[in-house]
Design a protein. Structure first.
Length: 118
């Protein structure tokens, strides 16, 4: 998928979760680009986790497949973005708790004390 398709999917997911804010668009763009790169890395992965690598000295060693390592790194980065957008259980909980704190009702006593301070 390309970044534009990912952006539409991410935005829809945020709207469904109730976490979409217009100022998240730059984060959504970054996540979409990360996911596009992750998809590209997955296309280069041939299913073999270990490949032979010949170094500059002509020695051949077994190493972890670079496409797999890149995919894993990009997936980890994407997960951080998903969490920040509230699209994981933990991320959604954090956003909801922050919203609850913002909209917490004041008791009558608190309102009266705040009125006296003003």
């Amino acid at each position: 998928m390309d970044a534009k398709q990912w952006k539409n999917i991410i935005k829809a997911a945020c709207e469904d979760a109730g976490t979409y804010r217009e100022y998240f668009n730059s984060v959504i763009d970054s996540l979409a680009q990360t996911l596009e790169k992750r998809d590209d890395a997955a296309e280069h992965y041939d299913g073999c986790p270990i490949v032979e690598h010949t170094n500059s000295h002509g020695e051949t060693n077994l190493v972890k497949n670079p496409a797999l390592m890149m995919w894993a790194d990009l997936n980890r980065d994407a997960l951080a973005y998903w969490r920040e957008l509230g699209l994981t259980p933990k991320g959604l909980k954090q956003i909801n708790e922050a919203a609850i704190k913002e909209t917490k009702k004041q008791s009558t006593l608190e309102k009266a004390l705040n009125a006296l301070e003003a």
